[in-house]
Write a protein that binds this ligand. Structure first.
Ligand code: GLA
Ligand code: GLA
Length: 686
């Protein structure tokens, strides 16, 4: 039986993965998909492109252990040798994302079971239950054999545990999981009476006489108890993390000096994992990120993702473990990237703290489920635009080794992220259930970027009390102590922005009574007695009384300003004439309530007026389309990344060396282009 309890043991974030402090540049390399005669060509092309590190072995369990207990490392030795000779480091994956056919054949019970009780068929990847004892034993035996075999290999720079744990084994409703879930619930609630109380099981007469009666939430004909669903999310995240920790234990024992990561998917909507918590268990945070090709504002989502990943890494460096050179093959329409888009994407991640840029995958597959996913070497071979772009990126990254290990300059604005709220909002049936959680935090982050206010994304459990401005964007759930934390922050001079759908329920998903938002209504000086969602694309208009207006969508509320003053009122929509945005002075600080989801112009107007009021200064003088992010190196150099997301060239008054053109910066960033300007303290003053 597997119990899931967590260690909470993270080593210091590794400052530099490669001993020579070079940028990580490369991708997933799957040589087992190709005849060995191709390998020398691969290594030659990697050298040409400036590749420094590849991720090897992600799906190679069947190649390493072709039969139960029979290990085969010859091929791995040969390819690691070739890579090492060329100076290319290896992030070695433990291939547990690819359980071999013989294992599934022998032990079909290791597989996840879906909500209807159907076991997952073979033919995919991951697919195993993190509570399966048999799977765990086979996985750890193989990981140990692999680690012992490569322990002293000079090419090994990083362990990459499994691959996107949770991606294809997110929720499972199998019998071993039922046992593990019950044990987890006992540890959380200690008695069945407390569980019944926390979940409010008197509703529909769901009272449990005993923990033995609780089951994972398989399909029912109605919605399940949302508090049960919320605990099942928490349990699932812990169970999956538990698998990572079990592998980590073996790796630390065998190779104590090799740092360990597992690749996150922080923007996977809904999010099965509480990555802010997982981040405390990895030596270096790494993330996979793919843009939605048809989304015209995909750069905003990318920047938010990168900033959030940086927040998990405590503001320090992290790795972009995967993205794509061009199209993916899993969207409805898989658009190829436009001119310079791959360079812009890559450097945006580096701007936000990535010390490496890697791709899925090195050579585009000829066969298999991902044959139409782009790679660094496309089907056409090196004579291709994609490979030329890869080489250009490699050259630029080669000039950016100086930023390795540096942090991003701290911002004035902290956007607080809370995975518990993501889950609580998705497990409940609320007045508007068609609002992707990410939209609001992304909109705030993008508006702050356009205004050139330094902005960070900070985990709710971290200390954000020193930020001049703190934003709580749809933080539906307020954990114990949050009300006091938030109130003290404002009293001590903080500037708080709370959006709609924040502070509504406690940790057990129970509504905080007496008027919304129960957790913050005293601090905000408002009381809401009913929500008024707005259908479809209907735009409602707010005005400041001085002639300025902006539009908002999706959500309004009947707001009574009990102590707050009204900054903006509705001129139309279901609450015409009533408050839309209020401000309350508390102690030496101010608390703003935004009772809706403003559109981009709305956030621009709100932030412009609040930035003036709160005396926030822009970090650079540049047009709004230019995103500017600064990494500060140990030697006192500011490296300013200027990403022009617009379709006109942009003038920026900065002097220094541009690492993209490898020439002095001329003060102009081309449309869709990037400049990476290193300014020493003296140059910046000049
Ligand atoms: C039906 C049921 C009620 C309640 C309402 C909600 O009428 O009988 O118990 O669920 O739907 O609309
Ligand atoms: C994920 C996986 C990769 C690959 C890519 C395709 O990131 O980790 O193995 O499937 O998606 O986009």
């Amino acid at each position: 039986m597997i119990t899931h309890s967590l260690a909470g043991d993270r080593r210091d974030t590794t400052v530099s993965i490669r001993p020579d402090r070079r940028m990580i540049f490369g991708g997933d390399y799957n040589p087992e998909q190709w005849p060995e005669s191709v390998w020398p060509d691969d290594v030659r092309l990697m050298t040409e492109a400036g590749v420094t590190t590849v991720t090897l072995g992600v799906f190679s369990w069947a190649a390493i252990e072709p039969a139960d207990g029979v290990f085969e490392f010859g091929w791995l030795d040969r390819i690691m040798g070739l890579l090492h000779e060329a100076g290319i480091g290896v992030a070695l994956a433990t291939p547990t994302a690819a359980p071999p056919m013989w294992l599934i054949e022998q032990h079909p019970e290791i597989m996840t079971v879906d909500e209807s009780g159907m076991p997952t068929g073979r033919g995919g990847r991951l697919g195993w239950s993190p509570s399966s004892v048999v799977f765990r034993e086979h996985a750890l035996r193989m990981v140990r054999a692999l680690a012992e075999h490569v322990a002293d290999h000079p090419a090994l720079v990083l362990w990459h545990v499994s691959n996107e744990i949770s991606n294809e084994n997110g929720h499972t409703y199998d019998d071993e999981t039922a046992v593990a879930f019950r044990l987890w619930l006992e540890a959380r609630h200690s008695t069945i009476e407390r569980l019944n109380d926390a979940w409010g099981t008197s509703f529909w007469g769901h009272t449990y006489p005993d923990f033995e009666h609780v089951r994972p939430p398989r399909s029912a004909r109605t919605h399940h108890n949302p508090a049960l669903l919320l605990d099942f999310e928490r349990f699932t995240s812990d169970a999956l993390l538990g698998h990572y920790l079990a592998e980590r234990e073996v790796l630390r024992e065998v190779t104590p000096d090799v740092p360990i990561t597992t690749n996150f998917m922080v923007m996977r909507s809904g999010g099965v994992a509480d990555y802010e918590r997982w981040a405390r268990e990895v030596d270096v945070v790494s993330n996979d990120h793919y843009t939605m090709g048809a989304d015209p504002r995909r750069h905003e989502e990318l920047s938010f993702s990168a900033a959030r990943t940086r927040g998990m890494a405590g503001g320090g460096p992290w790795l972009l473990m995967e993205h794509s050179t061009s199209s993916v093959n899993w969207q409805k329409l898989n658009l190829a990237k436009g001119p310079d888009e791959m360079l812009r994407n890559s450097l945006a991640h580096v701007a936000h703290g990535a010390d490496g840029v890697s791709f899925f995958q090195w050579r585009q597959s000829r066969s298999g489920a991902e044959q139409w996913h782009s790679g660094m070497v496309p089907h056409a071979g090196p004579e291709s635009q994609v490979f030329r772009d890869v080489c250009r990126l490699g050259a630029v990254l080669g000039r950016l080794d100086r930023v390795v290990g540096s942090s991003v300059a701290r911002g004035d604005v902290a956007i607080v992220w809370d995975q518990q709220s993501v889950w609580a909002l998705s497990t409940s049936r609320t007045p508007h259930d068609d609002l992707p959680f990410h939209d609001l935090p992304i909109a705030v982050h993008a508006a702050a970027s356009r205004a050139h206010l330094g902005v960070d994304v900070v985990p709710v459990d971290d200390d954000w009390s020193n930020y001049p401005v703190v934003v709580l964007p749809n933080l539906w759930l307020a954990a114990e102590g949050m009300t006091e934390r938030v109130d003290a922050y404002v009293r001590d001079g903080g500037h708080l922005i709370v959006t709609c759908r924040s502070g509504i329920v406690n940790s057990d998903d129970q509504v905080l009574l007496g008027g919304y938002p129960g957790a913050y209504r005293e601090t905000l000086g408002v009381r809401v007695d009913e929500f008024f969602p707005v259908p479809g694309d209907t735009v409602v208009t707010a005005a400041d009384g001085g002639g300025a207006t902006w539009g908002a969508r999706h959500w309004t509320e009947r707001v009574e300003a009990t102590r707050a003053s009204v900054l903006w009122r509705w001129v139309d929509g279901p609450r015409a004439g009533e408050p839309a945005v209020t401000l309350n002075a508390v102690g030496t600080g101010e608390a703003v309530h935004v009772s809706t989801m403003p559109d981009a112009a709305g956030w621009d107007a709100l932030l412009a007026s609040l930035a003036g009021r709160w005396e926030l200064r822009p970090t650079v003088t540049a047009p709004p389309a230019v995103e500017a992010v600064t990494r500060r190196t140990q030697d006192g150099t500011d490296v300013v990344f200027l990403l022009n997301h617009g379709d006109e060239e942009a003038r920026v008054g900065l002097a220094g060396h541009d690492h993209v053109t490898d020439a002095p910066f001329k003060g102009v960033v081309p449309a869709g282009g990037v400049a990476v300007v290193a300014t020493t303290a003296e140059e910046a003053r000049a």
